[in-house]
Design a protein around this ligand. Structure first.
Ligand code: LLP
Length: 415
């Protein structure tokens, strides 16, 4: 699934760099991203949207490394953030605050102030209480906050229940039936300027139809608002386009956007999108080394130096990531459970994979660019992995491997 991954006599190569060389120079576990793949994924959106006012706001939560963010900033991306921390990252990476939208159900007053100071493009507001709080904060600062209401179109995105967000039963967004009332309220609040509308129905979507259904509902609302004199500047249709991890067949970006673009034809509102996974997921892999092989009665285990703290998706969602040998052995393959060193049975990265390997061999876990490092932790006092960005033959150290002392630098034993 990584478009810039290839194989030659030295084994797997990402762009022009052999993964074996990366492991030798930087150790493992290490996340490795391809700049060409990141750029190509962004350009697919840009090309499909050419000719209409649009802004692609990369969902920072998918991979918030400053190197990745700076790559998107250079390509002209906007950013979808969900915390003050993500805003700080975007600015540190050279992102433009005027292209930032701020999503999330729990924005604190401090985060609102920070975003107003930075001058972000829009707050995606998710409740009546948030409207009131934002208006008050903006007024105190002598500012006016641009807002969009995130409406909940109540469509079923047909994805994993943990990552579907547009159903009525979810905590996200404001109910469709309440949106009109809330827009009237927002329009009357002195600290707010109504700028747009947003929705996001879920992640890893493999079928574009639910988004089209959501967009139709949203457009209906936009027209009703216009009839009342509340004219919107933009329509934000969120993120969610899925990627191939195993054998999924998500629509290509252009194919996914085509029905949305025809719905929007002739409309003057700017289209905003918030893709995360589809921009970075298949641009990255997690490189790990086999510490031990443990042949067993029922199962063979390959104990690797990456674990659920590095890549939580298998443990959390039973997610599939392809596992490939960096340099396969000539010997016959056998099935392995790929597990990490963490003291939990849930610490697995993959089940039942046919591999021809020996201890010390390198493995690549593919499609790990999204929600990989971003969801990592220090469980078991494991320093987090290094992150590298490959650009042709060049390797950019995007994040140094953590040192153990960093992990407890803020702690103090009793006096
Ligand atoms: N916009 C909003 C408001 C979101 O909540 C999300 C993702 C996105 C955009 C980006 O969605 P994407 O294009 O990446 O599908 N940890 C899970 C995924 C959680 C997604 C949460 N929201 C995973 O590893 O699969």
């Amino acid at each position: 699934p990584v478009p810039t991954l290839s194989r030659d006599e030295r084994g797997l190569r990402l762009e022009g760099v052999a993964l074996a060389d990366i492991a030798a120079a930087h150790g493992t576990p290490t996340y490795v991203y391809s700049l060409a793949a990141l750029s190509a994924a962004f350009e697919a959106y840009r090309d499909a949207l050419a000719g209409r006012p649009a802004l692609v706001c990369y969902a920072v939560k998918a991979n918030s490394n400053l190197g990745v963010l700076s790559a998107f900033a250079r390509l002209g991306a906007g950013f979808d953030i969900v915390s003050g921390g993500e805003l700080a990252r975007v600015l540190a990476a050279g992102g433009n605050a005027a292209r930032v939208v701020f999503s999330g159900v729990g924005k604190s007053e401090a985060e609102m102030r920070q975003a107003l100071d930075a001058g972000i493009r829009c707050f995606n507001v998710e409740s009546a209480a948030e409207l009131d709080r934002l208006s008050a904060v903006a007024q105190q600062m002598g500012k006016v906050a641009p807002i969009a209401l995130r409406v909940n179109p109540d469509v079923d995105p047909k994805t994993h229940p943990y990552i579907s967000t547009g159903l009525r039963s979810n905590k996200f967004g404001v109910a469709f039936d309440e949106a009109l009332t809330l827009y009237r309220r927002a329009a009357a609040l002195p600290g707010l300027r109504v700028a747009g509308i947003g929705c996001h129905i879920g992640s890893q979507l493999l079928d574009g139809a639910p988004v089209v259904e959501a967009a139709e509902k949203v457009l209906g609302l936009v027209d009703r608002l216009a009839a009342e004199g509340i004219v919107l500047e933009h329509i934000d249709l969120g993120g969610g386009l899925g990627i191939r991890y195993r054998d999924e067949n998500p629509p290509a970006v252009a194919e996914y956007l085509a029905p949305l673009l025809s719905l929007l034809e002739g409309r003057r509102e700017e289209l905003l999108l918030e893709p995360g996974r589809s921009l970075v997921g298949n641009a990255g892999l997690l490189l790990t080394r086999i510490e031990y092989l443990k042949p067993g009665v029922e199962k063979n285990f390959a104990v690797v130096d990456a674990a659920m703290n590095d890549l939580a998706r298998p443990a959390l969602y039973d997610a599939w990531h392809d596992v490939v040998e960096v340099a396969p052995r000539a010997a016959a393959s056998r099935p392995y459970e790929i597990v990490g060193p963490i003291c939990e049975s849930g610490d697995f990265l993959a089940h039942d994979r046919e591999l021809a390997v020996e201890p010390g061999d390198l493995l690549a876990l593919l499609s790990a660019g999204a929600y990989g490092m971003a969801m990592s932790s220090n469980y078991n006092t494991r320093p987090r992995a290094a992150e590298l960005i490959v650009d042709g033959e060049r390797v950019h150290l995007a994040r140094a491997r953590e040192a153990v002392e960093q992990l407890y630098a803020g702690e103090r034993p009793l006096d």
